[in-house]
Each structure stands twice: as structure tokens, then as C-alpha cells.
Design a protein around this ligand. Structure first.
Ligand SMILES: [Zn+2]
Length: 535
């Protein structure tokens, strides 16, 4: 045998081995994109929660699920109705000012700071001193306490979004949710918060955030859903104007931002300015729905258990125009995840698979309002909560580069992360934990609602290796298209990546549905407490 023919024979043997390993390809990306064409059409007007556009999108989803032969699993057929109250600031009746040495400086809502209406703001005039508390976090598990040594009674707490480097990613995300952050502040008697976005981790530039500051926010109806009781004032402050807060304090925001970029510990000190604010709100009632379907399993016992696959259908609707376009289509956020769920559901009809456990397809509303549809579903599930063994969430998985590495949110928290790794490896794809911990991704989509009810969960995204050209492609996408009207049908997407992503997700679902044991939290996972009820 010559060298050449030996090499050729080896190559052939390897190719055959590779073919044998690669499970059949069920997806090509085209049907996936066709669903997005419907969901992100201008006619659906950006699928705002409570809008006719979202109703049309959900009717389309129900139609597709019916065609795929799935069974309804909502509380009203496929639907689970959800009620909200909406809040909107009336700017000409509201004001914010800084008071320094008896002088009052009015702030601009567009340039300096705006009210966060996800909070049930007090509608009386508030004047209070300010304290800078670093990241404003109290994390007992890691002995970290930004609040120690301060009298916060009647004060407004100013903090930089972020966390110190010794706090693991998922834990730091958890403690930065509005509810968890507020608990120790409330106990200390604080009455308000001013958050300064970390310039090192802002997905969207201030100009675009500020543009839609008066868009209605929503909260679930029911006191049990209010995570920030007693919080009277909440403002988001433009980091480019934040020196105004630090004037006379002996510190500068520039110094804080440098430390915050590298997740270094931050100093804590009282500020020399106080805040005077008055918020006027307009409220309203909103009704929307989640859509839930099931594919029953075949095992007499295990079919009582469900592997959930979730995605939000809603987006942010019609807003302030950017380049003359007012419709925020949400093609990838999250037309892409909705379409993937539809495709995965359909694949079990075209390519039936014997599944021991049942699959539950959960399409939620109001993710963009703060994970509210999934929060409602996880609190009032349409199947027993203990029967949901796992959640695989798909939100904006960004198939905008060739798929080489898959980012797994929640990778280290449960053995569902190990199963995700195996599923990816079956297709020759590497996996990685979150390379950008400052972005707090673990709490920023619907998997977190399941986690809070004890259900192991992961979210899979197209990944990139730090320092590669792909990193810039993702960064540019966030800066220019994320929550902008240009997340629409005219953008480039990689259909091969979408198809491979669907293959891997299907492989993961089948593996969890057929495993002897249901997924388990890792013994050292912080989130395990929500499964055992010891929170
Ligand atoms: Zn979004």
C-alpha cells in the first residue's frame, strides 16, 4: 500500500465513520425562515403584548401546532389567558432634579435619567439623599455586602449595574434581578434606586434606550407578582451624564466605570447631591395569553412527565421611528425561537420518534415586559409543576455566523447542561459557558421563570470565541439591530446554522425525554434550593 492510497483509505474510513455518527438531517432552515416571514411581517406590527399583532401571531402558532398533530395543553384549548396592568409615564406632569448646596438642577428625561415604570412608582413628590453603594448587592453565599456600614433609611441607593469578579455568573445574574436586589435594600429602609448601566455591558446605546422610555410597561395582575413592594422611586441614569451624581463626593464616575469594566470591587460613599422627583403615571388593563401544546409520550409512567421547550412570541410593538421605520419587527427576537418551536413540533410528525416522556411546547407572551408570561405560566402551570422535568428555552439564538460553538446558559447548574454538551458533540459542535458574564443573560429570558420554580433549565445560543471576527458581528448586531426596527426580514441570517441548531435542540429533547432519570440540579448549584423548597 502506498502512502497516498493509505491516506485516501484513511480519509474514506474517517468520512464513513463521521457519516455514521452524524444523525440524519431533518431541517434545512427554509421552513424556519418561512415562519419568521409571517411572524415578523409589518402587518403584525411588532407583536406587542395585548395587541392584535400578537393575537394574529399566536393564532398562526395554534394553526401550525394543530397541523403538527399536537394536543392543546392550555387552560382554554391551546391558550392560557394572562392579565396585566400597563403603566406609562406622563412626562409633562413629571420631573427629576438634583439638589446641591441648596441649588436645584432640573434633569432631562431624554439626556440624563428616566423613570423605570416596571416599578409601581409613588406618585408623590420625593426628596431624599443619595448613597453610592457600588454594585448595590448583598450576596450572603459569597460574603459580599455592598450595603454594610450605611444607614439607608429614607435614602435613595445609587449603583452601577454589574458584579464583582468573584461572584459566579449565574449567581450574580440572579442577585441582579429587580426583586432580589430590592429585598436587602427594603430591609435597610431605602425608598428608591438609581441604576447606572455599566458602559462596558450596554447592549443598546443610550440614545436608543431613551428613545422608547415612554413605551408602556406591564405588570401581572395580583399582589403576589409584585417583586418590589415598597419601592417608591426607580430611575435609570445615563452613564455619560453620571458625573452629575458624583459632583462634590470626592469621587468621579470615570473612576467607578474603569473598575466596573473589569468587575473590580467598588468603593461606597454618600453622595453630595440629593434627588427631587415627581412621577405621574397613566395605567390601563391589558389581556394577552400564553399558548401551550403537548406531544404525549409512550411510557405508561414517564408520559406523566414533561420536557418543556419554551420561546416568547411577543416583541416590543410600534415605537419611536429609527431611520423612518416605526415597526419593531422582532424577526430574530424572538420570531426565530417561535419558528424553531413550530419546526421542532412539526418534525415529530414528519419524523416520528418514540418518546418515553411527553413534550410540552410553551409559547409565552410578555417576555419583553420582564419575563411575565413565563412567570405566570410557571406560577400557574397547566400541568403539575413537579411533572415538568426540564425547560429548554429558545430566545434570539442569533444564527448570524456559521455554527461552530454553542453557548449554554445554565451549563454548570444541572446535568441538563451535560446533556446539552452531548447533543452538540453528536454534531461536532463545541459548547461554552457564557463568555460575557456582565450581560446577565441567565436571568434575561424565560428559562429563569422555570428555574425559580425548581425546574432545571438551559438556553442555547450561537456562540463565538472571544477575540474572533465573530465577536464583532454579534456586538454590531446588538448595537444596531437588538430592539431596533432593523431586527427585520431584510437582515442576513445563516440558514445552515439555524438548521443545525434545530437538529441539536431536537437531539437534546429526545435524549431528556428518553433518559431513565429526570435531570437533576448539581449538588453545588445555588438554584437547587428552588427545587427542594428551601428558599
Ligand atoms: Zn427582546
Amino acid at each position: 500500500m502506498t502512502r497516498t492510497s493509505f491516506a485516501a483509505a484513511t480519509a474514506l474510513a474517517l468520512a464513513v465513520a463521521a457519516l455514521a455518527q452524524q444523525p440524519a438531517k431533518l431541517f434545512d432552515g427554509n421552513a424556519w425562515w418561512a415562519h419568521i416571514k409571517f411572524l415578523a411581517d409589518d402587518k403584525l406590527e411588532g407583536r406587542e403584548t395585548g395587541s392584535q399583532g400578537l393575537r394574529a401571531a399566536e393564532a398562526y402558532v395554534v394553526d401550525q401546532l394543530t397541523k403538527a398533530g399536537l394536543q392543546p395543553a392550555g387552560s382554554n384549548g391551546f391558550y392560557q389567558p394572562v392579565k396585566f396592568i400597563s403603566r406609562q409615564i406622563i412626562e409633562d406632569k413629571s420631573s427629576v432634579a438634583l439638589v446641591h448646596n441648596g441649588k436645584t438642577e432640573a434633569l432631562s428625561f431624554s439626556e440624563d435619567a428616566f423613570f423605570n415604570t416596571r416599578v409601581d412608582l409613588a406618585q408623590e413628590e420625593i426628596t431624599a439623599p443619595l448613597v453610592f453603594t457600588g454594585y448595590g448587592l448583598k450576596i450572603p453565599e459569597k460574603g459580599h455586602d455592598d450595603l454594610a456600614g450605611f444607614d439607608l433609611k429614607g435614602k435613595i441607593v445609587v449603583f452601577l449595574v454589574g458584579s464583582p469578579e468573584q461572584i459566579p455568573t449565574a449567581l450574580s445574574s440572579h442577585y441582579q434581578t429587580p426583586g432580589e436586589r430590592w429585598k436587602p435594600l427594603k430591609e435597610a429602609g431605602a425608598l428608591g434606586v438609581i441604576s447606572i448601566p455599566n458602559p462596558a455591558s450596554m447592549d443598546i446605546p443610550w440614545s436608543r434606550i431613551s428613545l422608547n422610555r415612554n413605551h408602556a410597561s406591564m405588570e401581572l395582575v395580583g399582589a403576589e407578582f409584585n417583586e418590589t413592594p415598597g419601592l417608591k422611586l426607580a430611575l435609570t441614569f445615563n452613564p455619560a451624564q453620571a458625573e452629575k451624581l458624583f459632583a462634590g463626593s470626592g469621587h468621579t464616575f470615570a473612576e467607578i466605570a474603569v473598575l466596573g469594566k473589569d468587575r473590580k470591587l467598588l468603593p461606597h460613599f454618600p453622595l453630595a447631591v440629593s434627588l427631587k422627583a415627581q412621577a405621574a403615571l397613566k395605567t390601563g388593563d391589558v389581556e394577552s395569553a400564553n399558548v401551550v401544546a403537548k406531544l404525549p409520550g409512550s411510557d405508561p409512567q414517564l408520559k406523566q412527565e414533561y420536557v418543556a421547550l419554551s420561546a416568547h412570541v411577543d416583541h416590543i410593538g410600534v415605537g419611536q421611528p429609527v431611520n423612518g421605520d416605526r415597526i419593531y419587527n422582532g424577526a430574530l427576537d424572538n420570531g426565530s425561537g417561535t419558528a424553531a418551536l413550530i419546526e421542532l413540533a412539526a418534525s415529530f410528525k414528519t419524523h416520528p420518534e418514540k418518546l418515553r416522556r411527553s413534550l410540552l411546547f410553551v409559547f409565552v407572551c410578555a417576555e419583553e415586559k420582564g419575563l411575565l408570561g413565563s412567570k405566570y405560566f410557571a406560577t400557574h402551570p397547566t400541568v403539575p409543576v413537579k411533572s415538568i422535568v426540564a425547560d429548554v428555552n429558545i430566545d434570539m439564538f442569533l444564527p448570524i455566523v456559521p455554527l461552530q460553538v454553542l453557548k449554554v446558559q445554565g451549563l454548570a447548574e444541572s446535568d441538563l447542561g451535560d446533556r446539552a454538551r452531548e447533543a452538540a458533540q453528536a454534531y461536532g459542535i463545541r459548547i461554552q459557558p457564557d463568555p460575557e458574564p456582565l450581560r446577565n443573560s441567565f436571568i434575561r429570558s424565560d428559562q429563569y421563570s422555570f428555574v425559580r420554580h425548581g425546574i432545571p433549565a438551559v438556553k442555547l445560543d450561537t456562540g463565538f470565541d472571544p477575540g474572533t471576527p465573530e465577536q464583532k458581528i454579534f456586538k454590531d448586531w446588538l448595537t444596531n439591530r437588538y430592539h431596533a426596527p432593523s431586527d427585520d426580514l431584510s437582515q442576513p441570517v445563516n440558514l445552515d446554522t439555524a438548521a443545525l441548531y434545530e437538529e441539536i435542540t431536537r437531539h437534546l429533547l429526545v435524549s431528556v425525554a428518553n433518559a431513565d432519570a429526570r435531570p437533576q440540579w448539581k449538588p453545588d448549584s445555588f438554584f437547587r434550593r428552588y427545587a427542594t423548597g428551601n428558599d
